[in-house]
Design a protein around this ligand. Structure first.
Ligand SMILES: [Zn+2]
Length: 481
């Protein structure tokens, strides 16, 4: 064979190899990514740099947002952990999974708490079925194995300590994983939660000297003793709390940085989706309260949502999305299919540059006073309150068509519903319920009615009695007195 023929043959072969290579690359089944789902409890979107905050609270999350997709308008299904985390982990609205509240019942007022039923498929179960190794590293007394949250996890480490402890538990698990199967980690930090007590070095860095010794815990005790638990303090006190809150966020962000480093060092970062979300935000007296678990205003519902990893382009999406969308998005990326009962929708199209259809978003909150439900649609939000009936021991299932006006709602001043124009009034300070176009209001009410009718599938859970140790933890976090 002369040289010319050899040359042509080689060049043809290499072209063929290249063509076949490209074809393979285009058609190969994408290997399912590892997934690290990081939940930062009680984190408002607007305290992160990538959501416009001026303090340096979040270099790690900002860098993830630069590499992936940031959802500017992401909303939780509830204003506190108890209903919100089950919505994240099942892709269902609270009225579907039925995990709403703690309530004291009986003569001894023992605390009963809702359980996530074993009939609900969790994200961990869905991924476990797809061959994932699964681990959870959690610091939150509401998210416990005895409350049904260990479903689908090979490893479930609960009641852990601060962010550094959670990160090191994750690392130690991660270093023991088998190399031949993908993994799913659920990492739940609690540091930005009350009482805002960051490690000293972060306190020094974020809190002005005049407030460095500010102790939120004793401040709250004092307020409570004087019967002014919810009276707004002077602005400088709120500033001190926000600075402490920022310090907790930065501390958590630094520990997330160490998780990212561990993924990079193991060579797995390129094949790992890192998702950062919150279960809900925090109120700093915008509507009269400190903390959460009281309302459905956007200081509680607007959460950060950042997703970075293989197959995800860079960008920012302004279409409103919900916490329940995480479940179907991740299951789809892992090569599975969500059960029909999942209410969330996959955000996958956004990762490849397609637009997401705008759709209404919903949230739910229950207490012994009654039921709050909200709908967000085309720039408006309606929050409706249905008081608990006088003779009921706790929240009753909503009758979506029932009259909510039996008694004057405690926290919604003049009517049973509030309506806000979110574009012109993002802080929800101007209630338009009496002035908004009647047709528009009726449409919002109808959306809420239709949603409640379509999704109220839960007939009430079998609550369990909470043990003393958990009671103590709930007390220390301010959930019970
Ligand atoms: Zn929470």
């Amino acid at each position: 064979m002369n040289r010319r023929i050899v040359g042509v043959l080689l060049s043809t072969l290499s072209t063929l190899a290249l063509v076949l290579g490209v074809a393979w690359w285009l058609t190969r089944p994408a290997s399912p990514p590892n997934v690290v789902l990081i939940l930062i409890d009680t984190l408002r979107a607007d305290r992160l740099g990538c959501y416009g905050h001026s303090k340096e609270t979040s270099p790690t999350i900002d860098a993830l947002a630069e590499r992936g997709i940031l959802f500017e308008q992401a909303f939780s299904q509830a204003g506190w952990t108890k209903p919100a985390v089950p919505s994240l982990l099942t892709g269902k609205y609270p009225i579907q999974h039925g995990v709403f509240s703690n309530r004291s019942v009986g003569k001894d007022r023992r605390l009963h708490t809702d359980v996530l039923g074993r009939d609900h498929e969790t994200l961990a179960e869905a991924l476990q079925k797809l061959g994932y190794q699964t681990g959870a590293f959690i610091n939150n007394p509401h998210i416990r194995s005895f409350l049904g949250f260990d479903q689908g996890f090979d490893t479930f480490e609960e009641e852990l300590g601060d962010a550094a402890d959670i990160r090191s538990r994750f690392q130690s698990w991660h270093s023991r994983l088998a190399a031949d199967a993908p993994f799913f980690a659920y990492v739940h930090f609690l540091d930005p939660h009350l009482p805002y007590d960051p490690p000293a070095s972060y306190r020094d860095r974020f809190v002005p000297e005049a407030f460095r010794d500010f102790d939120t815990r004793s401040w709250r005790r004092m307020q409570s003793r004087s019967g002014e638990a919810d009276s707004p303090p002077p602005p400088e006190t709120i500033e001190a709390m926000l600075a402490l809150y920022d310090a907790e966020i930065r501390y958590t962000d630094d520990e997330i940085g160490r998780i990212v480093e561990a993924l990079e060092e193991s060579g797995q970062f390129e094949n790992t989706w890192v998702i950062v979300v919150a279960d809900h935000g925090e109120e700093f007296f915008e509507h009269g309260h400190l903390g959460h678990n009281r309302s459905l205003y956007d200081e509680l519902l607007h959460i950060p949502m950042v997703v970075a990893g293989p197959g995800i382009r860079e960008g920012r999406i302004s279409t409103p999305v919900e916490l329940i969308d995480i479940f179907p998005t991740v299951v789809e990326a892992a090569g599975g299919q969500s059960p029909d009962t999942v209410a969330g929708r996959s955000l996958g199209p956004a990762f490849s540059g397609q637009s997401l259809p705008d759709r209404p978003g919903f949230a739910d909150h229950r207490s012994e006073d009654g039921i709050w439900q909200s709908v967000r649609d085309q720039g408006h939000k309606l929050i409706r309150f249905t008081p608990a009936t006088a003779d009921s021991a706790g929240p009753t299932p909503a009758d979506p068509r029932g009259s909510p006006t039996a008694t004057k709602p405690r926290r919604l001043e003049s009517s049973s519903a509030q309506v806000f124009d979110l574009e012109n009034d993002p802080h929800e300070s101007n209630d338009l319920s009496d002035t908004i176009d009647a047709e528009r209001r009726a449409h919002l009410e109808q959306l809420l009615d239709d949603w409640a009718l379509a999704y109220t599938t839960h007939s009430g859970s079998d609550p369990v009695v909470v043990d003393e140790a958990t009671m103590e933890r709930l007390r220390s976090l301010g959930y019970i007195k």
